[in-house]
Design a protein around this ligand. Structure first.
Ligand SMILES: Cc1cc2nc3c(=O)[nH]c(=O)nc-3n(C[C@H](O)[C@H](O)[C@H](O)COP(=O)(O)OP(=O)(O)OC[C@H]3O[C@@H](n4cnc5c(N)ncnc54)[C@H](O)[C@@H]3O)c2cc1C
Length: 461
């Protein structure tokens, strides 16, 4: 019997599979797609890049000079460097690219990925789950916003229904009027509204454009295919007849629905990523939230499967990750105020005040922490920066000591081994030049958050 089945090989399911496999748990991912995902551009936020680096994955940034994240498209740069990070920029990648990287990582650690398998039947009991006739001890639903597992188990997904559907198309123009932005600029400078149509048209470095558009008159279905005709109509309405479409090389739709599960665990079934929470794609958060869910859940579920988890460990997944997503749902709701196609004097006035606030260093740090994920800590569990260290084997970094996905007792002084230590985490003595950490004893969880070393038993048994 497989220990864990995962429904869905999106970013969340793939990273979770790698985390479980790395911890010696048998895991199979069931994915109904046979081919790659969408080549949709996504931004990997600084905290996500830090987490991936803790597993030896360092996604290079092909467009390091792109926009560095934003809050509601407001024209104030977010300075992530104040968080003492090696990743002060949002990394521009495409979703299929991220998935390919995570799939290779999961396979390398021994996870099984079965493509062409659509999950259609799920039953759960006290001892495990049966998925399409196959038994496993646990099921994790990472099957996205329209989660089949959620539907099959009748788990409610409360929240707000969508008020609009927008289209995101990657296009090449055959001809451009002077209304077409010539350079990538801040979102607020590439938006247009004309008689019921709105858009953001951003030139990409490769000669193409990212065209996000919608209409207050016509709302296409979320899954309706995007036709060249509608792209042409929107271009003409917004940028004049001289602007002509060359080709569409990738298109998808999104909406502003906002929902979150009340409970991420239903007996032997857990939920992560878009299957657990959805929100409009403002500020580039969804994939990042899913990756962070997976890092948080992986080691806790692995310890539970192996029977080494202390009481209540798995419950901390809900306790930590539900509020983290709730926070994102709240700030994407706030961003909607500024990105709504309808202009209003009240909103303009509020926009000016928020822009002024964002220019204040403390406020900028707050917004950066919110969007980048670097500002997130859990009760009793703090983010630790990727410290430069010198161990008996030579110079290294904290992130390198976490590549194996194990907990770490990091002695940066000369501390006695805490009571209850039986080798359940790695134990490394090192020196650091970082004044704030020199001489300390840190107990770092596999997901990179430091907890009180006196609570070794609470986290690692
Ligand atoms: C236009 C747009 C732009 C976005 N931009 C960003 C961005 O810049 N930054 C960011 O962080 N996020 C962005 N997002 C959000 C991001 O794409 C999602 O949050 C992310 O893909 C969620 O990952 P996931 O693995 O949880 O779910 P998904 O990526 O949806 O993966 C779910 C997987 O489950 C599979 N599946 C579904 N049903 C079944 C079934 N019954 N059986 C088997 N398999 C099944 C699917 O095929 C899919 O592979 C954007 C989204 C949109 C729509």
């Amino acid at each position: 019997m497989t220990d864990v089945l995962i429904a869905g090989a999106g970013p969340t399911g793939l990273l979770l599979a790698a985390e479980l496999a790395m911890a010696g748990v048998s895991v199979t991912v069931l994915e109904h797609r046979t081919g790659p995902g969408l080549p949709r551009p996504v931004g990997l936020q600084p905290r996500t890049a830090e987490l991936l680096e803790m597993r030896g994955l360092n996604p290079a940034d092909p467009q390091a000079d792109g926009p560095n994240g934003h809050f509601a498209g407001l024209p104030v740069a977010l300075d992530h460097s104040v968080w003492q990070t090696r990743h002060p920029r949002v990394l521009n990648r495409t979703q299929d690219d991220v998935e390919a990287m995570l799939a290779a990582h999961a396979l390398a650690h021994g996870a099984v990925i079965e493509r062409g398998h659509e999950v259609t039947a799920v039953e759960a009991d006290a001892d495990g789950v049966t998925v399409d006739g196959r038994r496993a001890r646990w099921l994790v639903a990472c099957d996205g916003a329209h989660s089949a597992v959620r539907r099959l188990l009748g788990v409610p997904f409360p929240g707000r229904t969508e008020t609009y559907v927008a289209t995101l198309a990657h296009i090449r123009l055959a001809a451009a009027s002077e209304l077409v932005p010539a350079r990538a600029a801040h979102f607020s400078q590439v938006t247009r509204q004309v008689e019921g149509h709105w858009s953001m048209l951003t030139p990409l470095g490769d000669g193409g454009h990212r065209f996000v558009f919608g209409s207050t008159r016509h709302q296409p279905g979320r899954d309706a295919p995007v036709s060249d005709t509608e792209v042409t109509e929107a271009l003409t309405a917004l940028y004049g007849a001289e602007t002509r479409l060359g080709e569409v090389y990738g298109a998808s739709r999104f909406n502003d629905a906002t929902r979150q599960l009340e409970q991420y665990r239903h007996g032997r079934v857990l939920f992560a990523g878009d299957a657990a929470h959805i929100h409009p794609p403002l500020g580039g958060q969804g994939l990042n939230l899913g990756v962070q869910d997976a890092m948080n859940l992986g080691w806790k579920l692995a310890a539970t499967v192996r029977g080494t988890a202390p009481a209540g460990l798995l419950d901390t997944y809900q306790a930590e990750r539900h509020p983290a997503a709730e926070r994102v749902l709240r700030h994407t709701a706030a961003q909607r105020v500024f990105t709504t196609p309808e202009r209003s004097e009240n909103v303009e006035a509020l926009r000016e005040i928020v822009v002024d606030l964002m220019r204040l260093p403390d406020a900028n740090r707050y917004f950066s922490g919110l969007l980048s994920g670097l500002g997130l800590s859990y009760p009793g569990a703090q983010r630790v920066p990727d410290l430069d260290l010198t161990t008996a084997s030579g110079p290294t970094r904290l992130s390198a000591l976490l590549h194996g996905g194990r907990g770490l007792l990091l002695d940066l002084g000369d501390h006695p081994v805490p009571p209850g230590f039986t080798g359940q985490v790695d134990h490394v003595r090192a020196a650091t030049g970082e004044a704030g950490y020199r001489g300390t004893l840190l107990l770092i969880r596999p997901d990179g958050y430091a907890v009180d070393p006196a609570e070794l038993g609470r986290w690692f048994g």
